[in-house]
Design a protein around this ligand. Structure first.
Ligand code: ASC
Length: 131
């Protein structure tokens, strides 16, 4: 079934928002007291969403606000799908690696994998997100 453009934007924003909450939990753990179980659960959630096919939520009509549903995606995103695909693949790989490393409970290794994951988030924001 066809997902309406405004719903595609809503769902992708929900995905990023939920990943951001989990990134924040991992950040708090690597900067303070470390709870390996919490980090593993958060990393697994991020990896699952990252690998869930969010690209399907950037269909026609989702390049600008639809009614009250705003979006920060830049027009350039839709003109550089090959580059976007590479950035998405990098993010997916980094998130999968973060989950793998989180399963070991090694805080220093998680700190490194977390930094690498955040860098793949930022790489896309810098190019294709307004603000
Ligand atoms: C986060 C979050 C992002 C990324 C990015 C990394 O926790 O909400 O968008 O990490 O800030 O640079």
């Amino acid at each position: 079934a066809q997902v309406k453009p405004e719903d595609q934007i809503k769902y992708r924003q929900a995905g990023y928002s939920f990943m951001a909450w989990n990134m924040g939990k991992i950040k708090a753990n690597v900067e303070g007291e470390y709870n390996a179980q919490q980090v593993q659960a958060a990393a697994n959630a991020i990896a699952a969403i990252a690998g869930s096919g969010m690209g399907a939520l950037y269909g026609p009509g989702t390049d600008k606000a639809v009614g009250d549903r705003k979006t920060r995606v830049k027009p350039e995103f839709f003109q550089n799908m090959e580059d976007v695909g590479k950035l998405a693949t990098d993010f997916n790989a980094a998130a999968a690696n973060l989950a793998k490393v989180a399963a070991t409970g090694d805080k220093a290794a998680v700190q490194k994998a977390f930094g690498e994951t955040g860098a793949t988030c930022k790489a896309c924001h810098d190019k294709y997100r307004a603000d």
